[in-house]
Design a protein around this ligand. Structure first.
Ligand SMILES: C[S@@+](CC[C@H](N)C(=O)[O-])C[C@H]1O[C@@H](n2cnc3c(N)ncnc32)[C@H](O)[C@@H]1O
Length: 452
């Protein structure tokens, strides 16, 4: 069943050879006043960036002048390559995709746009419903479905806008490819006087994701060789040939699958929402006599508060006494609460299983290390951070890259409970039947989970 969901690796083959293509790209950036100390390499089927020389923390690995960057429109000072005005009524990502498509005919942009993969990543929205169902996640399936419709609607909107501007509409396959590449390749960046923008930055968009210990940070800088630019800084000491990764942000696995077509092997920021009635059912607790587990928002709030207390301090005597008191009141709710808490304590197990499910869903049971390969985990990053230049340090409103390196970025709580009417949003809880997990373990696809 899961094998049916396997998505093939994206076709990153570039027209001539990936290598000559990125050499041309580097020459183009240099010719416009940039600096490139990086090359491209393909390891296990996945193209990425590598260091061309050894670097210390804070060294500039890459400097891309703004005239080589495609950007969204914004309120601040204009940037050289914003989307064409006729796209202004469309969402930012559609504008950026149309901007790239329009510039395909422009010789200036050829080295950049030619470095893009021939095909977009294999995203869940391209899957058939039966295949998607193997992910065992209703919300994920619905989201992929909605994305597919949304993309088609946006195409129709784009055609209308082009027609109104007296232009030819793009072909739908080219539009879809461009939009999917925008999803998987653009950065969000606070760009000084230009305000916060989404940018397509040549060469930076060849960096693969490492959310735990990225090798580099991206940031806007006003101090480039020819003025403002986007820079990549070394976030740890690098040797020649080391892979240069960045972080795409603190997203849950479903986000990576949806927009990037892969799921990180280690993701401390994974989250999933579980409906309270399902959680209660999973707890094995019997509902109050004659009722089913559809909670009022008030009861949901009480449960959330109790689970929170359980998570932070355990059920101490006082709380147990309280529980007993409530049990005396007679509707059996207190017992249910304790049992729900036990389920929540198994969140770690469920998270591990969930990660495996999504990885299998995206990569297939053969393990498909090409797209899911474990990235080398270098030593902890934080001791070196002080050496970074100020503009590359944490700015919570800025890029995912900077944000992920901020203090506390790795301090994630196992369980985050938010109560919203009848739904509890539980970080790192994955709901699926125990028999699937057992089946995976038996089939040797997954090591038995380590529950602490
Ligand atoms: C910004 S591009 C990175 C460069 C890309 N590998 C290329 O050759 O153009 C993002 C895409 O690279 C792939 N990718 C990035 N990081 C990855 C990772 N850690 N594991 C698997 N695939 C990854 C995914 O297909 C993703 O959609």
């Amino acid at each position: 069943m899961l094998a049916a969901l396997a998505l093939g690796p994206a076709d990153f083959a570039t027209p001539a050879s990936s290598h000559s293509c990125t050499q041309e790209l580097a020459s183009w950036i240099n010719a416009h006043g940039g600096r490139v100390h990086l090359g491209a390499a393909t390891v296990a089927g996945l193209r990425g960036l590598v260091a061309q020389r050894s670097s210390a923390v804070g060294d500039v690995l890459l400097e891309v002048p703004l005239e080589c960057v495609l950007s969204t429109a914004g309120d601040g000072a204009p940037l050289p390559a914003e989307p064409p005005p006729w796209t202004a009524s469309l969402p930012w990502n559609v504008q950026l995709a149309l901007s790239a498509l329009e510039r395909e005919r422009d010789e200036h942009w050829r080295p950049f746009l030619q470095s893009w993969p021939a095909e977009s990543p294999a995203l869940p929205l391209l899957l058939e419903p039966e295949a998607l169902s193997a992910a065992q996640d209703d919300a994920f399936e619905a989201d992929a479905d909605a994305a597919c419709f949304w993309l088609h609607e946006q195409y129709l909107e784009a055609c209308d806008a082009a027609e109104a501007a007296g232009l030819d509409a793009p072909a739908e396959p080219a539009f879809r490819r461009a939009l999917q590449l925008v999803w998987s390749r653009c950065l969000r960046l606070r760009a000084g006087p230009h305000g916060t923008r989404r940018l397509l930055v040549p060469m930076v968009d060849l960096a693969n994701h490492d959310g735990v210990a990225p090798a580099a940070l991206f940031a806007f800088s006003a101090a480039g060789r020819r003025g403002a630019c986007v820079r990549l800084y070394a976030a740890r000491p690098l040797e020649k040939g080391d892979e240069v990764t960045i972080t795409y942000g603190d997203h849950p696995n479903a986000h990576f699958a949806k927009y990037y077509g892969f799921v990180p092997r280690h993701n401390p920021h994974d989250t999933v929402s579980v409906a309270l009635p399902q959680l209660l059912e999973l707890s094995g607790a019997a509902p109050p006599s004659g009722a089913c587990w559809v909670e009022t928002s008030q009861r949901a709030a009480q449960l959330a508060a109790r689970l929170d207390a359980y998570e932070t301090s355990g059920l101490d005597d006082e709380e147990e006494d309280e529980d007993e008191d409530e049990e005396d009141e007679g509707d059996g709710e207190a017992e249910a609460v304790v049992r729900v808490a036990e389920v929540v304590a198994a969140a770690r197990l469920l998270r591990d299983l969930r990660g495996s499910m999504l990885q299998l869903a995206v990569a297939g049971p053969s393990g498909a290390p090409a797209r899911m390969r474990a990235l080398q985990r270098p030593p902890p990053l934080y001791p070196h951070l002080e050496a970074l230049p100020p503009e590359a340090r944490c700015d919570p409103a800025s890029s995912g890259g900077s944000k992920a390196l901020g203090a506390g970025a790795l301090q994630w709580s196992t369980i985050l409970i938010r109560c919203q009417r009848t739904t509890l949003s539980l970080s790192a809880v994955w709901l699926f039947s125990g028999c699937v997990g057992k089946w995976l373990t038996r089939a040797g696809m997954m090591a038995p989970p380590d529950v602490k």
